[in-house]
Design a protein around this ligand. Sequence first.
Ligand code: GDP
Ligand code: MN
Length: 410
Amino acid sequence: MFIQRRFLSLYEYQAKQLLQRFNLPIQRFTVIREGELNDKNSNIVHDWKCKKVVVKAQVQTGGRGMGHFEDPATGAHVLQSGVHVVPPTRISELLPKMLGNVLVTKQGRNRCSAVMVAEAVDIRRELYLAFQVDRTGVRVLWNTNGGMAIENSHDTHMRCFSGNFGIEEAAEIASELAISPSMVLQLYRAFKTADATLLEINPVAITDDKGTLMCIDAKVEVDEAALFRHPEFQSEEPAEMSGSYVRMDNGNIGCLVNGAGLAMATMDILKLRGGAPANFLDIGGTATSKRVQQAINDMLTDPVVDAIWVNVFGGIVRGDMVAQGVIEALARSMQQKPLIVRLAGSNWQAGRDMLLGLPGVYVEPDFDRAASLAVLLASKHSNTSAHSNPINKTSADMQFTPRWCAANKP
Ligand code: GDP
Ligand code: MN
């Protein structure tokens, strides 16, 4: 369901910078961003004297190893997996296949605009260890089998600690995992200092017979209310790059909205008209046409999306800017899906005039009619498209009772 975000997810490289400050073992790494590809490319390869490196997509999602890359314009499959252990000579071949493309994982679709290259290590065993905020203090989760299998494993242990978490408490957890108490304590300190709601190391790797440990992957979520204390977590990338793509189960209408309130209303009216949202992309109050374009291209390539509803109430965001983004997105894509656009507020007429007559674009300023149109066109597209979405086949014909009708009143 629609969940308001109350935390900021850090990129893996930011999480590892945090671990580094607490002297936790991480691999030496660099980050390559989109646009740095050409000038830095040659150095990157020569910088690495080690036998193998691990090349990792920097996107805010788990399960990258199991994912694959798609070209956002064509939907073509370009590369299997978001995590590659390879000799350094292969870095330059991987980077262009990752940067600028969309990493598709079980958890969603994320545009990859940065890649981490780190010195690879041997992995003998993988452990799992996580700290989470609990009502009474801290909740520690651990598993002696970490890595990719964790999602399917039922033997994850949990303990809650209220009050102090010191070396004795750390030692209890450490003995379960057969690792050093100081490592557990340092991880806890990193968690606390960052005002994190979650700090998860999956996996902690044992890299040799001596039991040397390495934090291979780190996921950190930071309480948004505490962000003012952490300028170090402000992303260097513009906001338009970081997605606020909320995925929902069992829906097929992609929704591009501005603001959480409008997102809720959009969801309600779609449900009321017999449809279901596939996702919400909140472009916020500071959107640019580039961000609108990226959002729409993401939805055009997302196979669960049968129709796209752009529902924007202009204020700071202007209707013509949204329309410009729509036009640019369609110009870049070979995919065809019905696009319903409802613009209200600032410059909506200008936006409407830009979009009128574009094939596949339906401009409908009325909220309710736009919703019904989205439901109808999504169900039509689902029935005719090759993948034949099982969702909502008959949604347009479904019966429903408006909840505000007189009969419902007590
Ligand atoms: P995730 O798929 O998003 O969770 O990304 P991870 O960073 O956890 O990487 C996925 C998997 O790749 C890990 O569970 C490891 O098995 C493997 N992996 C990652 N880094 C290394 C490395 O340096 N060496 C080796 N041998 N495997 C690695
Ligand atoms: Mn992982």
